[in-house]
Design a protein. Structure first.
Length: 227
């Protein structure tokens, strides 16, 4: 049985002028045409902006690359689903019968979309200031736990630690080409991880540099895919 949305609204510390927006944010596309896809689209953009702003202020000495990696560690499907579970969002979702039977209320993608849908709904109901305040509360513990030092490690270390945190196999690096004279060789290395089907190919004047290049490209790809 789906629990009443107004209970969740109170638990989250929210009051909506238009309560139907909150209901829509909790409605998966499997439950009907009036679902949270558009609100999720909006909420995703707002969340990225607010977190970027908070990181910019919190880490004044960090460069763009470090800030991007910090943001990616917060604004990804796994992180959002973790927050959704903390507040038991799954108990309040409106799902179609198929999703209910298959346990959609436990799925990371559905939970994270609903959380972004709530942010989109809050923006439509009360504007950006309300979103900034609520997102600040929602991510307070995660933001406090961040350290820029952890994200200034080399790309191979970052990628390895990301895979370890997700309890997945470590990245695989394969030398696919080596060309040039002995004193000016070029190496091509392919990097693959279990999280994504696509591989990344890095090029460098040594195998190590090529691996670092491939790892950096893979981190960017995972960030873009919000993985």
């Amino acid at each position: 049985m789906i629990r009443k949305p107004d209970i969740l609204c109170r638990k989250l510390g929210l009051v909506f002028n238009q309560p139907q927006l909150f209901v829509t944010a909790l409605t998966h596309r499997s439950a009907g045409a009036n679902n949270n896809e558009r609100l999720e689209f909006l909420g995703d953009a707002i969340l990225g902006f607010v977190i970027a702003q908070k990181l910019y202020d919190a880490f004044p000495a960090s460069d763009e690359g470090t800030l991007s990696r910090l943001r990616a560690s917060l604004v990804n499907e796994t992180s959002l689903a973790e927050l959704a579970r903390k507040h038991e969002l799954g108990d309040y979702l409106y799902l179609g019968s198929g999703e209910l039977k298959s346990g959609g209320f436990r799925r990371d993608s559905i939970l994270s979309d609903a959380l972004e849908g709530i942010i989109g709904a809050l923006f439509k109901d009360q504007g950006i200031a309300a979103c900034q305040e609520w997102i600040g509360h929602l991510f307070a513990e995660k933001l406090q736990a961040l350290s820029a030092d952890n994200w200034q490690k080399d790309p191979k270390t970052q990628l390895q630690e990301l895979m370890q945190a997700k309890k997945m196999d470590l990245p695989d690096y394969t030398l696919i080409d080596m060309s040039g004279l002995p004193h000016e060789q070029t190496f091509k290395v392919k990097c693959s991880v279990p999280l994504i089907a696509e591989c990344c190919v890095g090029i460098g004047v040594s195998r190590k540099k090529a691996e670092q290049s491939a790892a950096e490209m893979m981190l960017t790809k995972l960030q873009q895919a919000k993985l």
